[in-house]
Design a protein around this ligand. Structure first.
Ligand code: GLV
Ligand code: MN
Ligand code: MN
Length: 419
């Protein structure tokens, strides 16, 4: 007989995850897409993403864990509860950026799997069912928007629209790639109700480390606007073309890049020009065309909108000045999202019971949790990132911090699942 969880929480106070088992799995998943010098590249719906999904699937089969896959490829692992009350969910993503670290994403998926295993081996059956998600395309590098699987789960976009999305390189359709890798599942996204969502993730910034704290309880995710601009000028001889005759797309791109930094400082936000693709990219030719992206972020919606409109005005003025023109494609418009103070409170309470320091904080990065927040009380557990580095192969979090974070997640999920 499985022990019922409908008992005082104190009975489980000593319960801990098996960190070595978690770490072994993390290492195994990170051999998929491993890059020379460290880090991983597992772009969404690529062969590497498929291999990571296949490995997760194999583990669920070996452990006899129920697995559901929906039409956008989200994968859900289930630990059945004692009741049919809406589940408590955790999860994150196995896809990475092109210069991905070892933790951004898989910590949240494999941390969740470890919790299922810990509860099962201790014969603990929570009141509510627990689910662990591997959301499709959190990073948004190969297909936009980012946080796509969780956006679909909250029904923020239709499945037909999603399947018709072209890859950023214009070569494939998302729906075809889902079929190719075998992860177009049968369930309609959002096919079960969720009572609460908690995601564990590395902080990806320097705050916890600088302040010597163990755990962050996230109360807000800042807004993210992505825009792609193509600046169209004219190729010309670098030696013979007088300055006044030039239509230099490269100059506009450089000036816009500097403006994004300047405005970010002024508005107290962050702004990045991550892609600058110059054509024809030759030493003695004035650039004819530049494809450039802006990633603008701010915790306040009004300031983020102002930031975006000032960048739009600036590129227009710069193009007029240089006799060039531009095309513009909105790739992502996610406003700032408030998370649940109550769930953040549960995180801090469990952290304290386990003897860990914590603070409430805002997330600078985008996360699946920000989508889940639209359908249920949601928060995130952050653990420290060494030197605050992420989206870089040097990304690193110490074992003891991973262990603390997953144990906090275990106890928060038990707490929420017993409500
Ligand atoms: C997701 O990693 C983001 O860009 O914040
Ligand atoms: Mn992530
Ligand atoms: Mn990321």
């Amino acid at each position: 007989m499985e022990r019922s969880f409908i008992k005082p929480m104190d009975e489980y106070q000593e319960l801990r995850i098996n960190f070595d088992r978690f770490k072994k799995r993390l290492n195994e998943i990170n051999r998929i897409g491993a890059m020379e010098g460290g880090g991983v590249c597992r772009l969404s719906l690529s062969d590497e993403d498929k291999a990571a999904r296949d490995l997760l699937k194999r583990w669920t089969q070996e452990l006899d864990i129920e697995l559901e896959i929906d039409q956008i490829g989200n994968m859900f692992l289930t630990l059945p509860g004692e009741t049919n009350e809406p589940c408590v969910m955790t999860g994150s993503h196995l896809d990475t950026v092109g210069t991905g670290g070892l933790f951004d994403g898989p910590l949240g998926v494999l941390g969740g799997l470890e919790i299922i295993e810990t509860l099962r081996e201790n014969r603990i059956r929570p009141k509510r069912t627990l689910k662990v998600a591997n959301f499709t395309n959190e990073e948004g590098v190969r297909f936009t928007p980012d946080m796509m699987g969780s956006l679909a789960f909250k029904k923020g976009i239709s499945i037909d629209e999603l399947h018709g999305i072209e890859s950023v390189d214009g070569k494939v359709l998302l729906g075809d790639e889902l079929i190719r890798i075998g992860y177009k599942g049968k369930f309609e996204p959002g096919h079960f109700p969720v009572s609460a969502f908690v995601e564990i993730h590395i902080e990806q910034g320097p705050i916890l480390e600088n302040e010597g704290l163990n755990i962050g309880a996230v109360t807000k995710v800042q807004g993210i606007y992505w825009t792609e601009y193509t600046i169209l000028g004219r190729a010309a001889h670098a030696g013979t073309t007088p300055i006044e005759l030039r239509k230099d797309a490269g100059l506009v791109a450089a000036q816009l890049t500097a403006f994004v930094r300047e405005k970010a400082n002024e508005l107290d936000g962050v702004g990045t020009v991550g892609i600058t693709e110059v054509s024809p990219n030759l030493i003695n030719v004035v650039p004819e065309k530049v494809r450039l992206t802006t990633d603008l972020r701010h915790p306040e919606k009004e300031k983020l909108k102002k930031f975006q409109s000032e960048v739009d005005e600036k590129i227009k003025a710069l193009c007029d000045q240089e006799n060039t023109r531009f095309e513009r494609k909105e790739r992502v418009r996610f406003d700032p999202v408030d998370l649940s103070g109550e769930v953040a409170g549960a995180i801090q309470e469990q952290a304290q019971k386990l003897g860990f320091s914590s603070k409430r904080m805002i997330s600078g990065a985008g996360h699946d949790a920000q989508m889940m927040a639209a359908i249920c009380p949601t928060s995130m557990i952050f653990v420290p990132s060494v030197d605050g580095i992420s989206h870089n192969i040097e990304e690193f979090t110490k074992d003891e911090d991973l262990d603390r974070g997953i144990n906090v997640l275990l106890h928060v999920m038990l707490d929420l699942a017993n409500r």
